[in-house]
Design a protein around this ligand. Structure first.
Ligand SMILES: [Zn+2]
Length: 391
């Protein structure tokens, strides 16, 4: 039996919003049609009407489900180096507690209208949750190793973890410029040249990262001293981290650069000229939680880049909710149109993950999931907007 769902607006993400549009779905949630009654398209009598805007299911392109048990445990506003120290000291916990927190928040993400997630993993604990979830997960197995002597060991461990996640989709990715040695980047590049390996990396999340690469100063040298790692192998580069690291990426893979809180206009220009296929991901709530500031998002808009949205983990966020991220963007960048940020949160994420045949927009043949955004002002979010998962 077909279902007919309508609202003040239907925003397909792939095309312009349709006032009083009607989405026709079959029993498996596949879009059969999108009708525009204002253009004389006949609609049947039995329509479910809603107040608000119907949008496709959200794609959360950056999350760490395995850190869900850290909700509320890490202090806010300390800056990244202190944040990372706190996560390291608290991330090991009882396996049952970790699993329960993951299950709960997988369900909450689904309730918040999220249909697909790009999820960072350092261990296999999330596999059973992902296998049984309604959500599509792509797992980014993370490489973490600044000591060049350990590069092979770290890479082989990641390779094994990627196989442990099979048959779920997974790829191997670097954690951040300050935590992956050039040698390890080299091994990843070699691998990415001959394997399909979607890439994602935390980028310029703190000033300390810039200080490390520019002149080997900031918080990271002391941080590595604390971890008993002799940094003699690392020399100041007199360039920002992204300018040093970009040449180390394979040109064959799409790369998601996440956070970009301290990315300068010059860095954006260098990225644009690099010939690498780069998508920028913003996680505004996490940036405010850790560093108390946001990226200069308007500076990215001068280029033809794709942009996506992520929640990051519950170590640095109150909830895993894409609408909540969009509301922060609306608050701090009121000039950003709803139609643009919704595309970041749906179609662009789906395209990055390579799942846009199924997700990301309300188009015939897709099963994108449907969300209703309520308490809106016409076609704009308000501070009171809420999300209701329809399908
Ligand atoms: Zn993250």
């Amino acid at each position: 039996m077909l279902r007919y769902l309508s609202a003040d607006y239907v925003f397909p993400a792939s095309s312009e919003p349709v006032k009083d549009g009607v989405v026709v779905l079959n029993e498996s949630g596949e879009v059969i049609d999108l009708l525009d009654p204002n253009q004389g398209l006949t609609t049947p009598g039995k329509i479910e009407y809603y107040q608000g805007i119907i949008v496709p299911g959200f794609v959360n392109s950056h999350c760490h489900l395995e850190l869900s048990h850290l909700h509320g445990k890490i202090p806010q506003g300390t800056g990244l180096v202190t944040f990372v120290k706190a996560v390291i000291s608290q991330r090991t916990a009882d396996e049952e507690e970790v699993l329960t927190a993951m299950k709960t928040n997988d369900q909450l993400m689904s309730d918040n209208g999220i249909v697909a997630v790009g999820d960072i993993s350092n261990n296999h604990f999330s596999k059973s949750v992902k296998e049984n979830s309604r959500i599509y997960y792509h797992t980014f197995v993370e490489l973490l190793g600044f000591d060049p002597e350990k590069a092979e060991t770290v890479f082989n461990k990641a390779l094994k973890l990627k196989f442990d996640f099979a048959p779920l989709p997974a790829s191997i990715v670097p954690h951040a410029p300050y935590s992956v040695s050039e040698k390890l980047f080299g091994l990843l590049r070699e691998y990415s040249e001959s394997h399909r390996n979607l890439c994602s990396m935390h980028n310029q999340e703190s000033r300390a990262e810039t200080d490390l690469f520019m002149n080997k100063s900031g918080g990271f040298p002391d941080f590595y001293k604390m971890l008993n790692l002799d940094l003699n192998f690392f020399k100041a580069r007199y360039q920002s981290s992204i300018q040093c690291i970009l040449p180390l990426f394979s040109a064959k893979q799409r790369t998601l650069l996440v956070h970009n809180t301290y990315t300068s206009p010059e860095d954006i220009g260098v990225a644009s000229a690099s010939g690498k296929e780069i998508t920028w991901c913003f996680c505004p709530n996490a940036n405010l939680y850790i560093e108390g500031r946001l990226p200069d998002i308007d500076k990215f808009l001068a280029y033809d880049f794709k942009i996506t949205v992520g929640t990051d983990s519950l170590a640095s966020n109150d909830k895993l909710c894409i609408l909540s991220e969009l509301k922060v963007l609306k608050e701090y960048f009121p000039e950003l149109p709803f139609s643009q940020t919704i595309r970041w949160a749906t179609l662009n994420g789906a395209e990055f993950l390579g799942i846009d045949k199924r997700f990301g927009s309300i188009e015939k043949g897709k099963t994108p999931g449907l969300n209703l955004i309520e308490n809106v002002g016409g076609l704009e979010l308000t501070a009171h907007s809420t999300i209701k998962k329809l399908i």
